[in-house]
Write a protein that binds this ligand. Structure first.
Ligand code: SF4
Length: 75
């Protein structure tokens, strides 16, 4: 599957970035230090996978190092 384009409307709406370091922390004050797709509850893949599926981006793949404002800590 193709990687999520940061300019996709859904990506823009959720503040998705392929590099969590580039998350808009001024806009998304809930940003948790160290959070990224790879340790998000919605990430479908192993913690070591470079990319994985996310139900919020059907048919695309998010970067392990990515981030969006729907991030939720993996239990
Ligand atoms: Fe990444 Fe989680 Fe956002 Fe999906 S919901 S894009 S896995 S941070």
């Amino acid at each position: 599957a193709a990687p999520v384009d940061e300019k996709d409307p859904q990506a823009v709406a959720l503040g998705y970035v392929a590099d969590a370091a580039k998350a808009d922390k001024a806009k998304y004050k809930q940003f948790v230090a160290g959070s990224h797709c790879g340790n998000c509850a919605l990430f479908q893949g192993k913690p070591t996978d470079a990319v994985g599926n996310c139900p919020l981006f059907a048919g695309k793949q998010v970067a392990n190092k990515g981030w969006c404002s729907a991030w939720a800590k993996k239990a």
